[in-house]
Design a protein around this ligand. Structure first.
Ligand code: NDP
Length: 314
């Protein structure tokens, strides 16, 4: 191994050790604002990072609603946690199916009255390695961006007032960073419009993703100045990141006692089905920042993007 590669490996191992260490820091009684009555909903929780987030939240003593688009797969996944003694309930939920979302919403209202935490984890990516096909661009944008948006819109009215505030965590990606050094949108004006909270709007985000999808249909997307790596996925996550900031702004004038905090994070490159198990971090470690954001004690952080290791990025 060359010196450079060895150094990178050492650095990565050190970071992984740090994540493991972070996970061992206990919450003190006064930090622990949650209880068994606290309800956390996790989307796409039947496997991968979503399952781990569900497992860790349940491990902290919350009641977790494990959702899965396939009912029987969800029941099997929940059983693993229930047999471990965790408070885990399970329900079918396809974030792209309006009827499924409505049914889920009604079920939650009736059974629990409301929720306290929403983790938007469900996502898809159809490229691996250096592939950059846009064959499934519509589905990628629909699931990652519109699915997340659907759930936020459906769950905000169900979020219960509390002194600690309700929380939304969006599992995103640094590939969608608006002003990253690499892989960014080339149009500086569009970047500025999407970055500036005075010009950022839902209409602008929707228009940006539909311009891309139109170019995919016309086969002109290659010269559209879009991110170069996993283009469809990067755009979908860029939209999630921008939408996180927008919703944080929209929610910011809620009165004390009815606050909702919303943040997003990149779990790193994770050993799950999505990467063909080629990542360099386990789902367990990848869940850490998401769980930490869901449980944040004493602090009113909102509209931010975090990297793994609980590092704030914007
Ligand atoms: P997996 O492919 O292992 O899991 C994805 C989950 O999303 C599955 O439970 C899947 O359900 C679910 N899902 C997909 N479409 C829908 C839908 N329409 N409705 C409900 N659930 C759906 O991937 P990961 O665990 O790796 O990914 C989880 C999240 O982390 C995603 O948002 C991903 O973009 C993000 N992420 C992952 C990275 C990585 O390196 N793995 C890096 C950065 C971000 P089903 O089992 O039915 O297919």
């Amino acid at each position: 191994m060359t010196g450079k590669k060895e150094k990178a490996k050492e650095k990565r191992e050190k970071r992984l050790q740090e994540i493991s260490l972070l996970r061992t820091i206990p919450y003190s009684d006064h930090q622990r604002w949650w209880s068994q009555e606290t309800i956390a909903v996790v989307t796409g929780a039947n496997r991968g990072i979503g399952f781990e987030i569900a497992r860790q939240l349940a491990g902290h003593g919350l009641t977790v609603i494990l959702t899965s688009r396939d009912t029987s797969v969800g029941i099997e996944a929940a059983k693993v946690l229930q047999e471990g003694g965790f408070n885990v309930d399970v329900h079918q939920l396809d974030v792209l199916d309006g009827e499924s979302i409505s049914e889920f919403t009604e079920w939650i209202k009736e059974k629990y009255g409301g929720i306290d935490i929403l983790v938007n984890n469900a996502g898809v990516n159809y490229n691996l390695g250096s592939d950059n096909s846009v064959q499934f661009a519509q589905q990628v944008v629909d699931t990652n961006y519109y699915g997340t948006k659907n759930m936020i819109k459906a769950m905000i009215p169900l979020m219960r007032p509390s002194a600690a505030g309700a929380r939304i965590v969006n599992v995103s990606s640094r590939l969608g960073k608006l002003n990253g050094r690499r892989n960014r949108i080339q149009d500086a004006n569009l970047r500025e419009e999407l970055f500036n909270l005075d010009t950022l709007s839902e209409e602008l985000i929707d228009r940006t993703v539909s311009t891309f999808l139109q170019q995919v249909e016309d086969d002109t997307w290659q010269s559209g100045g879009w991110p170069q790596t996993f283009t469809d996925y990067s755009i979908s996550k860029l939209a999630v990141n921008a939408y996180t900031r927008l919703v944080a702004k929209e929610l910011s004038d809620r009165p004390e006692g009815e606050k909702i905090y919303i943040n997003c994070y990149c779990p790193g490159w994770v050993k799950t089905a999505m990467t063909g198990w080629a990542g360099n971090i386990s789902a367990e470690d990848a869940a850490d920042t998401g769980v930490w954001l869901a449980l944040l004690p004493d602090v009113a952080i909102t509209g931010k993007f975090f990297a793994e290791r609980r590092e704030v990025n914007f």
